[in-house]
Design a protein around this ligand. Structure first.
Ligand SMILES: NC(=O)c1ccc[n+]([C@@H]2O[C@H](COP(=O)([O-])OP(=O)(O)OC[C@H]3O[C@@H](n4cnc5c(N)ncnc54)[C@H](O)[C@@H]3O)[C@@H](O)[C@H]2O)c1
Ligand SMILES: [Zn+2]
Length: 360
């Protein structure tokens, strides 16, 4: 039985359906329309099932395959995708379906934002990370050789369908990477959810669907509320970046794709947590719980060993969360709350990274 959440954004509001199988109104939304499905090779099996499900409801269906991996999120692939839309004869009333992880969702959403100055798209997120995070919120982008997500737009999907069955084929390290973002929601917003994750991590890793459904629902309820309150990240939406400024430094240093985004965020959250502990915002016991939960989720509990603390600072400064030259960091305030600080000293940041790297 699918469960519905809503992202409340006035006339741009949209539903999120979570369950096994696709939510009840997908066929209604696509009926009689020209549809282009964007996907990647590892999703072939799910694409076949989706095509069978859509049947002859759409007026036409074209499939576009992106190369696999983060490398596909670039302007060349965007141009190729838009070429496909033109060849498919898509009008502004056409519809894009993004079947895949965050890479497919981000580039498809951006194509939908740009093509003919904006058209509808639907997110069909197939990684845990995209199901709990990237498919909701309307941030769309491609990368520039000089930086990640630098070319993008806010463009909300018309609906999001999370089918738990898609997770059956997801590699284990990708599942863990998604759990990093799930843990993040507990840290920034919900102490009870954090405790629930501690009690259920083994079952989540075993892909118990009831547990996964609960984890996804809680995560998306938090994300939907934050996005509705602050769509353009003027305030509270920044809390979702907990661990990300450190994490982006790791991703940039290691070369995108070598450390998964969620893995880098996991190590980054520990660095933010060490900094918070040093400032008296987080207790020893709370910090230990975060280390234990991170480890239990199969995530790294330190940054890359070939990266010196000093390597982080210039890369963190380059992150787009820097405002007027000031590095803005999200720090946990106890478990279940977060604050943004813009007065963190380089020495504090280095100490926090050293503390994580020294931890056993
Ligand atoms: N827009 C946002 O708000 C937002 C938020 C977080 C992350 N992101 C972006 O998301 C991207 C990362 O997304 P991701 O972690 O989903 O990675 P991804 O899209 O690269 O997917 C990871 C890998 O898993 C494969 N895959 C996907 N679903 C599968 C399935 N069900 N079975 C088997 N294989 C499957 C993919 O083909 C790929 O090889 C990054 O580019 C990041 O910048 C965007
Ligand atoms: Zn993230």
């Amino acid at each position: 039985m699918a469960k519905r959440l809503d992202v409340g954004l006035g006339e741009r509001s949209y539903p999120i359906w979570i369950g096994t199988g696709l939510g009840p109104d997908l066929l209604q939304r696509i009926r009689g329309r020209q549809v282009v499905i964007v996907s990647q090779a590892p999703l072939a099996r799910h694409l076949t099932k989706l095509l069978a499900y859509l049947g002859d409801a759409p007026k036409s269906v074209h499939c576009h395959s992106l190369p696999d991996g983060e490398g596909a999120k670039n302007l060349q692939e965007l141009e190729r995708l838009i070429g496909c839309l033109i060849e498919a004869g898509l009008g502004r009333d056409g519809l894009l379906l993004a079947l895949g992880g965050g890479v497919v969702g981000d580039i498809t959403g951006f194509a939908a934002a740009c093509f003919q100055r904006g058209m509808d798209f639907i997110q069909l997120p197939t990684t845990l990370l995209s199901q709990v995070d990237s498919a909701v919120g309307g941030k769309t982008a491609v990368n520039h050789p000089l930086g990640k997500n630098l070319i993008g737009a806010f463009h909300q999907p018309k609906a999001v369908y999370v089918d738990l069955d898609w997770l059956d084929t997801l590699p284990g390290n990708q599942l863990s990477a998604g759990l990093a973002e799930v843990i993040k929601y507990g840290v920034i917003e919900d102490a009870a959810f954090f405790a629930w994750l501690e009690a259920n991590m083994t079952g989540l890793l075993a892909r118990d669907k009831t547990l996964l459904a609960h984890a996804i629902e809680r995560s998306l309820a938090i994300k939907a509320r934050i996005v509705a309150a602050d769509e353009r990240e003027q305030g509270v939406r920044a809390h979702l970046n907990l661990g990300h400024t450190f994490g982006h430094a790791i991703e940039a240093h290691q070369g995108y794709g070598n450390w998964l985004h969620g893995e880098a965020v996991a190590a980054g959250m520990l660095m933010a947590a060490e900094l918070a502990k040093a400032r008296g915002m987080l207790e020893d016991g709370e910090l230990s719980r975060l280390y234990r939960l991170t480890q239990a989720a199969g995530l790294p509990t330190k940054g890359p060993l070939d990266m010196e603390p000093e390597d982080y600072l210039p890369l963190m400064q380059r992150d787009k969360k820097v405002l007027a030259g000031k590095l803005r960091l999200v720090l946990p305030q106890g478990l279940g709350q977060a604050v943004v600080v813009s007065d963190a000293l380089d020495t504090e940041i280095l100490e926090a990274i050293r503390a994580v790297q020294a931890n056993h």
